[in-house]
Structure formats: C-alpha cells, structure tokens
Design a protein around this ligand. Structure first.
Ligand code: GLN
Length: 497
C-alpha cells in the first residue's frame, strides 16, 4: 500500500486484518502526517503518540494470536476534546479545564477502545462546543484544509479538519445545533448527528443536555456507518439513552438505492441569503436523486423559521445551568485563591478568567431567560416552538421517507469575518438546528464544490428518530452517483497542504 493516510477506514481495517499492513505502521503514518501538517492546520489540541502506538500494538498482538478483529480494529481516529479520556488532557476548548486529566473514560471513548480503534489525540473545538467556526477555542483557531485562511466549521472544526487533511480517517464530533454537520459541509466530509439518545452522553462535557449528541465523522458514508455502529447503543450510565436496537446503518450504506423512496425538499430552506453556488449544487442533488428513482416532493415546515430563536433561548438556558459546575472548587482552573478571599470571590475571579466571551454571553442570556418573571415569556415560549417543530417533522414524515436541504447557507467563510458578529455566526446553523430541537437523525454529505469559490457544499439529509439507516441509504447513493459523475471522490480535489 502506498500512502497509508489516503485509504478509507474500511480499506485500512481490511488491510490490517489480512496482514497487508500492521496497525502500528498505520498509526505511525498518521502520526507522521500530523507532525508534517498540523502546525498549519491546528486540528489537534493534544496528540497521544504513546497511547496510539500502544493501542496499535495491542491490535497487532491480537491478530498474531489469531483472535478475531472487529470491523474497525487498528483504524486511527481523532476525538473531539469534549469527551473524557482517562489520564489524557480534556479541555472542551476552554482555559477553564486546562491541564485537567479526567479520572474516567466517556462511554464513547470506552467503546472506541473496545473496538480496537486507535485514538490519535483530541481535536480543537469552540469553547464548550459553542460556536460555528472553532474561533471560540481558547487555544486558537483551526484552518480549513481547503483554504487555511477559512474556518473549518464549528464547534467540531478540529475533527472535520483532521479528516480533510488526511490526519485521520475517522473522527468523533458532537452536534447540539449543527456542530457535526456544518463542519462536515464546509470541509467536504461526511458527518452524522444520530437520533438523540442513541449515542451515550456519559463523559461528554455538557453544553445543552437535551440537544447534545455525539456522532461519527469520516470521509465516506460507509466509514461513517462503521463508526456509528461502534459507538451507538443503550448505556445505563446515561438517563436519556434509548434502549432500542441500533438501526442497521452499515447494511444501509452498502444498499445505496433510493428507487421508490419519497424525498421531501424543505421549502423554507433556500433562496434569499443562500449562496448561489450552494443552491446550484443543492438543486443538482435534487435532480440527481430524481434520476436515481426517488420521488421528489416539496414540503413546507413553517415552524422551522422560528427554530433559530428558540434554540438560542433553550441552549443558553441549559448551558447556564450545566456550566455552574465550573466553580473553581471541583475542576481545573482556580484563580485568586490567596488564603484570604472567600470561596465566592475565588469562584467569580476564576469564571471571569476561565470563560471566553461567547460562553459568558450565553451564560448571561440563559440566566436571564430562566429568571423568575421571564421564564414563561422566554424559555416557556421556546419550548412551545420546539413542540411545533416536532409536529412539523411528524407531519412531513407522514408523507416522505427523508427530508433534504442544504446543510449550510454558505461555504466556509474567512477566519475573522463573523468573529465579532454573533448573529451572523448563529446563521450558519439555520438548517441544522430543527433536527436537534426535535431529536431526529440527520447527515451532511458532500455534494460538490461551489463554482464561485471552489469550496465544498454539503447536502443535508434528515430522517425520523430511530430511522438513521435511511440517511446512509440516501447518502451512499448520492456519494456513489457523484463519484461516478466526477470520476473521483471530492476530497481528491482538495489542495495539497
Ligand atoms: N453553532 C451552534 C452553537 O453555537 C451549534 C453548536 C453545536 O452544535 N455544538 O450553539
């Protein structure tokens, strides 16, 4: 095999299983790649060289002993720095947790280890997953491998950039309002927000507990499916975990056939405010699905117009409560403890120094929205909108199998362009937020480059809760048809770093 960083996870796993390459060689090739390019990309906050090589050696030893290997054994992965990793720094992109080494593994981390996946390190992210560009990281921004002066999306920009820069074939993200799908869209990679409750939140540092969902990211739909099956499933350690069988997403990714499927185009997403090249590639994808035998219907979901304001009340409200635990007593940072100040003073000084501006903005917004006298007007109204959004989805899925839209209104914007304009930043998640509020499953799959800037465009596919398999069926069909059309996968077009 030539450059080991260019293969898919499926190809890599099978080459390791047959003995064509060793897991250690694969891990070393990716560590070398990280050494060569990550100074420019800054996808990683922490690279665990020793841990990765040790995990790879364990896979090779298992194979040598004739033991059966799982479908992803020996495949390297980049883990968003919001999942706890025992003994390995976990910061959630915040100064508040600088130097913290968790005493336990998140369930996702544990499952990856049990699957023989080789965790290369922890990826950069917006502080506490609040943002759409990774510029809110306390450790500096990540560059988009397509154009290092542009954002890789957020909050999981590090994970998406690691994939697009061939630093890892697999990555894990979390999606509260779009943080897996939007980075996927702007880096030309695949990202899935599974049905809420199907991937455990145990050990996932909480932003907005009723919306947060971990999920798989990769360069191909099949690889994403393999990772999905490795991390999903009931977990007694998470009270919102769903005790239901994981949909057969790998089989669906291998069954790339949309003949007879009913596909709804969301009327509210598109038109004014959307970049022309994004709409062009989206409209072509609609025609492509039609030519593959899908039945296309236009669907109106009027309440989606209110999803963004509802989200920006609900998510900050939950964050104001979740982030109260960072009190300078229990974790990480402690500022101003000179033996004379009161605990309250130390807490205040620590939160002042430890949180960045966006996190502070959200804590204040959420605290206000939850305060007595305003609770019904703000939080209560937002929860009612949330119900209306779920009803719009229910109605739509009574008529169609999946819904589609552009993943984002624009391609990757320049670093700095929206940094001082929170509203412009929030608009990046216009199309992704409804699925978080309703808890259903959604994917972003690359659908070409926008002609005006040659940057990747994402197609969003949305399925009902617990029908995640439909995402993979449709996503794999689009991926295969586009590869046929252009004769190569989209990422082959990415400029060399
Ligand atoms: N960009 C959205 C926000 O800032 C979504 C973030 C996420 O999904 N974690 O809240």
């Amino acid at each position: 095999m030539a450059d080991l960083t260019r293969y898919t996870a499926a190809e890599t796993a099978s080459a390791i299983a047959t003995g064509e390459v060793s897991a250690v060689e694969v891990a070393q090739a990716h560590l070398d790649r990280i050494n060569a390019v990550d100074e420019k990309v800054h996808a990683f906050l922490h690279v665990d060289t020793d841990g990765a090589l040790e995990a790879a050696r364990a896979v090779d030893a298992k194979r040598a002993a004739g033991e059966e290997l799982g479908p992803l054994a020996g495949v390297p992965l980049a883990l968003k720095d919001v999942f706890t990793t025992k003994g390995i720094p976990t910061t959630a992109g915040s100064k508040m947790l600088e130097g913290w080494r968790p005493p336990y593994d998140a369930t996702v981390t544990r499952r990856l280890k049990e699957a023989g996946v080789v965790i290369l390190g922890k990826t950069n992210m917006d502080e506490f997953a609040m943002g759409s560009s990774t510029e809110n990281s306390a450790y500096g921004p990540t560059g988009n491998p397509w154009d290092l002066s542009r954002i890789p999306g957020g909050s999981g920009g590090g994970s998406a950039a690691a994939l697009a820069a061939f630093e890892a074939p697999l990555a894990i993200g979390t999606d509260t309002g779009g943080s897996i799908r939007q980075p996927g869209a702007v880096t030309g990679t695949v990202g899935v927000k599974p049905t809420y409750g199907s991937v455990s939140r145990y050990g996932l540092i909480a932003f907005s507990s009723s919306l947060d969902q971990g999920g798989p990211c990769a360069r191909t739909v099949l690889d994403t499916a393999l990772l999905h099956e490795a991390i999903a499933g009931w977990d007694p350690m998470d009270s919102t975990s769903i005790n239901a069988p994981v949909p057969a997403v790998v089989a669906a990714a291998r069954h790339a056939d949309v003949k007879g499927m009913r596909v709804g185009v969301v009327k509210e997403f598109g038109g004014e405010g959307y970049q022309a090249g994004v709409m062009q590639r989206f409209n072509e994808s609609v025609e492509l699905l039609r030519s593959l035998g899908a039945e296309i219907v236009e669907i109106s979901c009027p309440s989606f117009t209110y999803a963004l304001p509802a989200y920006y009340l609900i998510a900050p409200s939950e964050c104001s409560s979740n982030l109260a635990r960072f009190d300078a007593m229990r974790y990480g940072l402690r500022v101003g403890d000179n033996g004379e100040r009161s605990a309250e003073e130390v807490t205040a000084l620590t939160r002042e120094a430890g949180f960045g501006p966006e996190v502070k903005r959200r804590i204040m917004l959420g605290t206000y929205a939850l305060s007595s006298g305003y609770y019904d007007a703000y939080y209560g109204s937002a929860q009612k909108v949330r119900t209306l959004i779920s009803r719009d989805f229910d109605r739509a899925f009574g008529d169609v199998d999946v819904l589609i839209s552009p993943t984002t209104p624009t391609t990757a914007f320049p670093i700095g362009e929206r940094a001082d304009d929170p509203m412009a930043m929030y608009l990046a998640d216009l199309c992704t937020i409804p699925s978080n509020l309703a808890g259903n499953a959604a994917m972003s799959v690359p659908c070409g480059l926008a002609p005006e800037d040659n940057l990747p465009v994402g197609l969003q596919i949305i399925a009902p809760a617990l029908a995640d398999d439909r995402l993979y069926r449709v996503g794999a069909a689009v991926e295969a048809a586009l590869n046929d059309k252009w004769g190569h996968p989209l990422l082959e077009e990415a400029p060399a770093l």
